[in-house]
Write a protein that binds this ligand. Sequence first.
Ligand code: NDP
Length: 339
Amino acid sequence: MTIKSREIRLASRPNGLPKPTDFELAETTLPEPGAGEVLVQNTWMSVDPYMRGRMIDRKSYVPPFQIGQPLEGHAVGKILASNNDNFTKGDLVLSMLGWREAFISNGEGLQKLDTFGLPPQAFLGVAGMPGLTAWGGLLEIGKPKSGETVFVSGAAGAVGSLVCQIAKIKGCRVVGSAGSQAKCDWLKSIGVDEVINYKEHPSQAELMAALKAAAPDGVDVYFENVGGDHLVAALEAMNMNGRIVVCGLISGYNDTEPQPGPWNLFNVIGKSLRIEGFVVTKFMDKTPAFIKDLGEWFAAGKIQSRETVEHGIENAPTAFLKLFSGGNEGKMLVKLGDE
Ligand code: NDP
């Protein structure tokens, strides 16, 4: 048995915002799985902002994608055929071999998925890497206390929407910023106290004023997903001993010229602020504690998650590009096949 699989390759390194022509759809024929190997058919794949960084040829915490090679990223799939004692036909598996419909593996890097009753694609979002990012970044670094004010940028995305809800569970007042009225309405519906549609406040001064109005008692924890004017506004609004959790800086990911740094960094001194960045892998060994918390919160109806779904491998680049135009509410996913 051979199987045809389509995949998305990097055609060229993007300059600025990626273009559809930076991606190439190609077809390959996979051989029969050999001794010790499995054939996996992907059913869901994730697109994530960090993948933009991997399109740049530079040294980073993950190696760059190579031109002409398929892209990589988290995916959920099912075992179609197995010659490996650790996997049985029909098993659901998590891998880093997204951006393709199917692949052969010797089992290395494949994780059998116990879904705990959640839909499998949740392990690409709220119960997966973005979920762990939100949980670890907020609780381990931000350390919010009940009664404090937490400001979250990129609040309606995969990471941000969970940060908002965890902060509410911890008894905080939450201010969220997002790029549309529909996103702000959704955030309100899941308990966010104040919302800022940052597109209605296009200048730095307007965003600063909007945050001051939304957080009149100041901000104790800022969960940074965006950078740029959001960071300037947050620095201005922070309270004494505030914490800034630097998770992402998406407003600069497609810049061709470096953004100027925040002019009001002196707030870090006067207000004794702590600014700390992190990569989610820092919290990998805490995954069981994260899953336990998440399970309890879901069971108690305290967490809601949203997904935006594109269909078919050919639409994976479109899904990826939507991350930079705000075309996703909650987790952006691509559905590749049926479970
Ligand atoms: P999201 O689901 O939040 O999708 C990205 C969102 O970013 C878009 O929907 C858009 O929403 C917003 N956005 C895009 N461009 C801009 C811009 N110029 N200014 C303001 N907002 C913008 O993605 P994730 O939840 O997966 O990731 C959120 C952040 O967390 C990213 O910065 C990512 O890099 C980071 N991250 C960091 C990790 C780590 O280990 N440190 C791990 C995972 C994610 P809107 O409509 O509101 O503009």
